[in-house]
Ligand binder design. Structure first.
Ligand SMILES: Nc1ncnc2c1ncn2[C@@H]1O[C@H](COP(=O)(O)OP(=O)(O)OP(=O)(O)O)[C@@H](O)[C@H]1O
Length: 226
């Protein structure tokens, strides 16, 4: 589902690469944690998968496609098969929970009748029944992240990327979000999550890829934070 083949990313003006000759292969349906200290390259890895940035060398494959060959106007198509969730939720503040999720469907041209059917289904899946008409500022952090997960998942992407999704949440709320990501993973969606949260990694016991200064220093099945 995801392959990085000898990928190096060096940002302009920086001496050291943010990713340095990285080889990683993630199979369909896997759940993988990317861990490592601040600046080790986790966000850069996610940005390359979304084609928000391009590798300096090497090959990045997502869902069977070499992202380097995807034309700019086809990037939205890539992002349709790759949902993402971030630490800061990134909801539209002037839209309700339901409207935030609906918007993800509107931009890809889904009909109103599909939207009317699918939005309540996915909001209920993430446990937000009854809160569909709340604005982000009327929701807790955990609830806002549930909306973000619903929005990322509503198109049933092949891959869900999560960059520090529990970074702004307390431990109990973080565990709830992890249960949700685990449930999504069990539907067959590949989940890749960048995190600093050692408790979460230790509780989940999934594959752990550890980065240090842009290099993979550990790749372990059912790993712990270490
Ligand atoms: N746009 C940019 N321009 C220049 N250097 C960058 C840019 N983005 C990241 N870097 C550098 O690349 C390296 C890796 O950064 P990255 O954000 O991928 O790390 P990270 O592991 O996600 O860190 P954190 O956990 O703090 O988010 C760092 O040295 C950082 O300073």
């Amino acid at each position: 589902m995801i392959t990085l083949d000898r990928v190096t990313k060096t940002y302009p003006k920086s001496r050291r690469p943010a990713l340095d000759d990285v080889n990683v292969n993630v199979e369909k349906g896997e759940f993988v944690f990317f861990i490592g200290p601040s600046g080790s390259g986790k966000s850069t890895f996610i940005r390359l998968l979304l084609k928000e940035d391009t590798a300096t060398s090497g090959k990045v494959m997502v869902a069977g496609r070499d992202v380097a060959t995807i034309r700019p106007w086809k990037v939205p198509q890539l992002r349709r098969s790759v949902g993402c969730v971030f630490q800061d939720f990134r909801l539209l503040p002037n839209k309700t929970a339901a409207e935030n999720v609906a918007f993800a469907l509107e931009v890809i041209g889904k009909t109103r009748s599909v939207i009317r059917r699918v939005v309540p289904e996915v909001l209920s899946l993430v446990g937000l029944e009854g809160k569909e008409n709340r604005y982000p500022h009327e929701l807790s952090g955990g609830e806002q992240q549930r909306v973000a997960v619903a929005r990322a998942f509503v198109n049933r992407p092949l891959v869900l990327l999560a960059d520090e999704p529990t970074g702004n949440l307390d431990p109990d709320t973080s565990i709830e979000i992890m249960r949700l990501l685990d449930r999504i993973n069990r539907t067959g969606t590949t989940v890749v999550m960048a995190t600093h949260d050692s408790n979460i990694v230790n509780q989940m016991r999934r594959r752990v890829v550890e980065l240090d200064r842009g290099r993979v220093i550990r790749d372990q099945a059912r790993g712990v934070y270490g």
